[in-house]
Write a protein that binds this ligand. Sequence first.
Ligand code: DQA
Length: 146
Amino acid sequence: MKILVINGPNLNLLGTREPQIYGSTTLDNINQELIEFSKTLSGDIELEFFQSNHEGEIIDKIHSIKDYDGLIINPAAYTHTSIAISDAIKAIEIKAVEVHLSNIFSREDYRKNSFVASSCIGSVSGFNKTSYKMALLGLYDCLANE
Ligand code: DQA
């Protein structure tokens, strides 16, 4: 099972970026923990990680993954602005899960809308780095039971 994990803008700064909101774990550590967690689900999950601060690069990456089984995406601020990322996920017809470290529904009003959610089978928001594990569990369960 091949799963791509995409992280959007400013998430490369995790660890030092507003730790009171996003925690103090770096993106590399989150990715490493996700690899360890994937081994508890199945020996057969291959994870690839991609981070970009550029909308077009994220869209190009989504277009390139037609042979993948699933996508986990934290679109970061593009969640609230990018119809293009949402359309890209729909275009390649991949099962995707949207992830947020913070609870986007308990923050500023402009964070409450997600353009990406409608292209996903589910969303996880508010459990800090554990959100990624929850997303992987949900996606794995969905793909394994297809
Ligand atoms: C975020 C929430 C977004 O509103 C914000 O722009 C981010 C991170 C999260 O993971 O909580 O950059 O996606």
